[in-house]
Design a protein around this ligand. Structure first.
Ligand code: ATP
Ligand code: MG
Length: 276
């Protein structure tokens, strides 16, 4: 087992009180596998993934407890400088909105080169590696596009560049946090296919975070459903999708648009019913 998370808790503390964003969750991720964390907005998906590499605010604002063992080493015990080596090299992220993650003043090639220089000092021809990575994420004319600035690229291309930056570090785990919500559906499908292809070629493990069950199908090996800071249902993707047990999971699955059918209004989750 590559990653073993046990009883992870995250709470935010302010003058207004305590927000228990993650309430003691456990999950595992094997080498080369994809775990989808699915749940509505605010359920704690991003906070869970960011807690793994200390991307959250420091104490006393934010408290994290539990265990997150990567190859047997508890990531939550690492110092800030030890963590910098893990972030990127072991666990890399792609976030929802590529425009805000790319620096508008540098070419995309330069930004990929920075990641290579920081994490893989052994690479001698950095630019050749930049071009190779752009090619690998499906950007045509990679030599030419490498000197583009972010504003010269479409949203889908920027997301491919973000994936190239993540891959530049050769991470063991790629966390894709809502990687396609800012994109239209055809581009979304292309990005998901790209991630599938990269997973197969590079034997990467992926944590895919989404509130869309539609893109989980066929891509995830396992699914964990989060609801208000807890995992309410988890298991192999086929069984969760074909036989959801929790009413919240059932409601989410009913939201998946089906081809050829007219979209109904999203069903309203009856929270009072769930809390009984
Ligand atoms: N930096 C922060 N400071 C204080 N509270 C935070 C912070 N980040 C997240 N939270 C709170 O933690 C809870 C979980 O947020 P999180 O971002 O993990 O939700 P999410 O499941 O990723 O939602 P979405 O689908 O909208 O991205 C929310 O109540 C949120 O307000
Ligand atoms: Mg989020």
């Amino acid at each position: 087992m590559l990653l073993d998370v046990q009883d992870l808790k995250v709470s935010f503390h302010s003058r207004d009180g305590v927000n228990e964003a993650v309430k003691g969750i456990s999950f595992q991720l094997d080498e080369g596998k994809t775990l989808a964390i699915v749940g509505e907005s605010g359920s704690g998906k991003s906070v869970t993934s960011m807690a793994l590499t200390k991307l959250l605010p420091p104490e006393p604002q934010c408290r994290v407890s539990g265990k997150a063992s990567l190859d047997g080493e508890n990531l939550l015990d690492l110092s800030a400088s030890e963590m910098r080596a893990v972030r990127g090299k072991q666990i890399a992220y792609i976030f929802q909105e590529p425009s805000t993650s790319l620096n508008p003043y540098y070419t995309v090639g330069n930004q990929i080169a920075e990641a290579i220089k920081f994490h893989r000092k052994e690479v001698s021809d950095v630019w050749a590696e930049v071009v190779k990575l752009l090619d690998q994420v499906g950007i045509r004319d990679p030599e030419k596009r490498a000197v583009d600035y972010p504003h010269q690229m479409s949203g889908g291309m920027k997301q491919r560049v973000m994936i190239a930056i993540a891959l530049a570090c050769q991470p063991r785990i790629l966390v894709a946090d809502e990687p396609t919500t800012a994109l239209d559906v055809t581009i979304e499908a292309q990005i998901i296919n790209l991630l599938k292809d990269l997973r197969a070629r590079l034997n990467m493990s992926i944590i895919l975070i989404t509130h869309n069950f539609g893109i989980v199908d066929e891509f995830a090996d396992d699914i964990a459903v989060m609801f208000r800071g807890e995992i309410v249902e988890a298991g192999p993707a086929e069984s969760v999708l074909s036989n959801p047990q929790h009413p919240y999971t059932q409601a989410l699955i009913n939201c998946i648009p089906k081809m050829g059918t007219k979209q109904k209004r999203l069903p309203v989750v009856d929270y009072a019913e769930l809390e009984k």
